[in-house]
Design a protein around this ligand. Sequence first.
Ligand code: ADP
Length: 272
Amino acid sequence: MNGVYFLLALLIALVGLLAGHQLIRDIIRQLVDANEKLAKLNNQQAAFVGNVAHEFRSPLAVFKAALDNLADGLHGALTTDQQEPVSMCLRETNRLKRLVSDLLDLTNMEAGKLPMVKAKVVLQDTLGAVEQMFTGLLKKRNLTLTMDLPQSPARLIGDRDRLQQVFVNLMANAIKFTPAGGITVQLTQDGDSVQVKLEDTGPGISPEDLRRIFDKFERVNSTEEGSGLGLPIARDIVGLHHGKIWVESEVGRGSRFFVKLPMKGAAAAADD
Ligand code: ADP
């Protein structure tokens, strides 16, 4: 009799096991389906944003050209009353142009479609160009800029303009979020990689905010102008160069952004 009970128990256990197995398979299938749907939705959204941004580009260029002409007095000198609205429209058009260009860059990068022009890059030149670009703004904001660059050229193969865009975005943020003090840019070479540290004396970033500032559209307690796309774009460009970007910061003690890039192909870059 015991043997019958045992067989019955075994049968029940087997049926349970099979049913459980089937249940797990169903759940996995549902998860895979949901994941595929989400990925499709995500792609559709990215394509939509990309298309809209693309459609905005030409009319914005037309607005900007017309407003530039007006502001330059090409259609006659502007009265004092006219100057303010024209420069306001120009400011906003420029802001929209930057946003549209950032959106296009990001959607192209995410779709793996950002054209990269690989060339020999000397990071001292790139950082020097960024310094020049911001000299006026630094002066206006009464901030100091210390450039600590080694004599020996830090060469690598990469996209000059895109790499410059990374440091422009970091520098623009450092200036934007630093009310007093200054910014230090330090370039170091370590074996087969180069590292740029961009340090500011701004308010710093809390640990909770540090986790999300590289995500799209994330802006933390910011009353400053911006779209929340500067850091994700920098992260993607650095990624396309097989590098790493990260930040260390403490509230009240400024922020330090790091970019580490491999000098792959540096030997070729040295053959000038
Ligand atoms: P945006 O500057 O357009 O807001 P970003 O993607 O460049 O967008 O930056 C995201 C957020 O990260 C900023 O809104 C700001 O809250 C924070 N952040 C970036 N750089 C700094 C910095 N140097 N100091 C303090 N906060 C910063």
